[in-house]
Design a binder for this molecule. Structure first.
Ligand SMILES: C[S@@+](CC[C@H](N)C(=O)[O-])C[C@H]1O[C@@H](n2cnc3c(N)ncnc32)[C@H](O)[C@@H]1O
Length: 213
């Protein structure tokens, strides 16, 4: 199911800020050399992540699910002076490429990569965050959200990716485990009375929650 047709998406992309040169290179390299390149946020979503981060000017950002580093770099563009982004990736085979990409974007001082299972790493983090991007395995989304909301400053954002799951969340005949879990996740976020929220139908769906109490 396509909720935004490709022509409209291309038009929106053409009328958004240009993709920075380093991100263009990372995007092309990922498409050519890495499995499942569709996982990369891409030009339009990347510019939205950068804009939200620039508006918020976070001191600390947490990303769950680095892949090749594209979204981490977009989010780090908005960091406050001396701000830091921690990104967690389970696949150690991606480590060298992620570090190379972070260096290419001249973000090595701002981005810290932690290789490991996010469920193990998150409880070891002692800092509070202003912005969290959840973009790892969908089966643990509720656990990630419950762990990070406790570590989120008031006014901070949690942005959760892929919450429309190719549109399957609204197709009644789709009963696979991931679709069911994402429906539960979206309801979980909707029913959290500590947040203001909006589900944006951008790319594969971005759920934006802002902590208000
Ligand atoms: C959708 S991709 C992330 C895309 C990236 N955020 C971007 O937009 O460019 C999901 C990543 O999460 C990683 N991942 C899956 N389960 C994980 C876990 N339990 N802990 C940390 N990373 C995990 C995968 O290896 C994969 O690289």
């Amino acid at each position: 199911m396509e909720f935004i047709n490709q022509e409209i998406e291309e038009y929106c992309t053409l009328h958004s800020s240009l993709e920075p040169e380093a991100l263009k290179v990372i995007n092309r390299d990922t498409q050519a050399n890495i499995l499942k390149p569709r996982m990369l946020s891409g030009h339009l979503q990347g510019r939205l992540l950068s804009m939200l981060s620039n508006i918020l000017q976070p001191k600390n950002i947490l990303e769950i699910g680095t892949y090749t580093g594209y979204s981490a770099i977009c989010l780090a563009e908005g960091l406050a002076k001396n701000g830091k982004l921690v990104t967690i990736e389970a696949d150690e085979e991606l480590e060298t490429r992620i570090l190379k990409n972070i260096e290419l974007a001249e973000m090595s001082k701002k981005i810290e990569l932690k290789i490991g299972n996010a469920l193990d790493v998150i409880p070891t983090l002692t800092q509070k965050f202003d912005l969290v991007f959840i973009d790892a395995d969908k089966l643990n989304y509720i656990k990630y959200y419950d762990l990070v909301i406790e570590k989120l400053n008031l006014g901070g954002l949690i942005i959760s990716d892929n919450v429309l799951w190719d549109g399957k969340v609204v197709e009644e005949n789709k009963k696979d485990k991931t679709t069911e879990l994402l429906r539960q996740f979206n309801n979980h976020l909707l029913n959290d009375n500590r947040t203001q929220k909006v589900l944006l139908p951008i790319r594969d769906g971005l759920f934006v929650s802002r902590k208000t109490k």
